[in-house]
Design a protein around this ligand. Structure first.
Ligand SMILES: Nc1ncnc2c1ncn2[C@@H]1O[C@H](COP(=O)(O)OP(=O)(O)OP(=O)(O)O)[C@@H](O)[C@H]1O
Length: 246
């Protein structure tokens, strides 16, 4: 299978400390992948490298069928190439409705001022309604986003990422602070999203990771310690030693 993203032999040091150490990682199109590992394993730095925020000292990061180097691209070029990222804390526009948040996020749509002063085309409005349904917020579409629960804000933000039609979504700890029912909905949402784009989920909650039912990559000291099914990685003695056994 041709990979969508291929990270090969990547290292980065901060003040002499190797946060990422000869890391190799690849993901195919429309694949769901969980990335786990102890604090300081390099999960955030890995996402910073893929999104162009941090440039590695060595290695390659190749993208798409034409193997473009993400290392030669700026953060905004990488975002335009189809890499979306969701941070742990939701950053929706709280004083705008769910509808307007999704409308502003639509690919190739107008900026925030355009949304305030123009009526959306019926095509855009249709896309927004479809997205709201996809993220389970069809019934909340006219509510102010600031009134949503924490979980609903997270789904809205995932919807805003999906609105940009990414080819790869990086999602940081989506289950944090959610109720069990919200977690279940989030699992379904991410699984559905992975039908149309690759999704990498960084998460500490092992029950959540198990429910994702996908391949798991375990990072430790900036490298891949183990990779495979959840049963495979959770029975690996090294993984138990450095992560699960603690
Ligand atoms: N800008 C930076 N300057 C110095 N050290 C850094 C910087 N960014 C990360 N580090 C260090 O690199 C290591 C990897 O950090 P990183 O945040 O990627 O880990 P993580 O797996 O995301 O951890 P957590 O689960 O706690 O979020 C840590 O030891 C961290 O202190």
């Amino acid at each position: 299978m041709t990979q969508l993203l291929e990270v090969d032999g990547v290292s980065v040091s901060f003040d002499g400390f190797k946060a990422i150490n000869n890391l190799s990682f690849s993901i195919g199109p429309a694949e769901l992948r969980a990335v786990i590992g102890p604090n300081g394993a390099g999960k955030t730095t890995f996402m910073d490298i893929v999104t162009g925020k941090t440039k590695p000292d060595s290695g390659s990061v190749l993208w798409g069928a034409r193997n473009r180097s993400l290392l030669k691209m700026s953060e905004s070029q990488i975002a335009r190439a189809g890499v979306g990222r969701k941070f742990q804390r939701p950053t929706v526009f709280e004083d705008q409705s769910v509808f307007d948040n999704l409308l502003m996020a639509l690919k190739k749509t107008r900026g925030p001022l355009g949304v305030l002063f123009y009526r959306p085309s019926s095509e855009d409005a249709g896309k927004v309604r479809e997205l709201a349904g996809q993220i389970g917020l069809a019934g909340q579409i006219d509510r102010l986003s600031g009134e949503l629960s924490h979980g609903q804000k997270q789904w809205l933000e995932i919807g805003m990422l999906l609105a940009q039609e990414p080819r790869l979504m990086l999602v940081d700890e989506p289950a944090a602070g959610m109720t069990p029912a919200e977690r279940e909905h989030t699992t379904d949402l991410l699984k559905r999203a992975a039908a149309s784009c690759a999704v990498v989920v960084v998460e500490h909650d092992m029950d959540f990771v198990r429910r994702l039912g996908c391949r798991v990559t375990v990072l430790h000291e900036g490298s891949v310690l183990a990779e495979g099914s959840i049963d495979h990685v959770t029975s690996d003695p090294q993984v138990i030693d450095v992560y699960l056994g603690r």
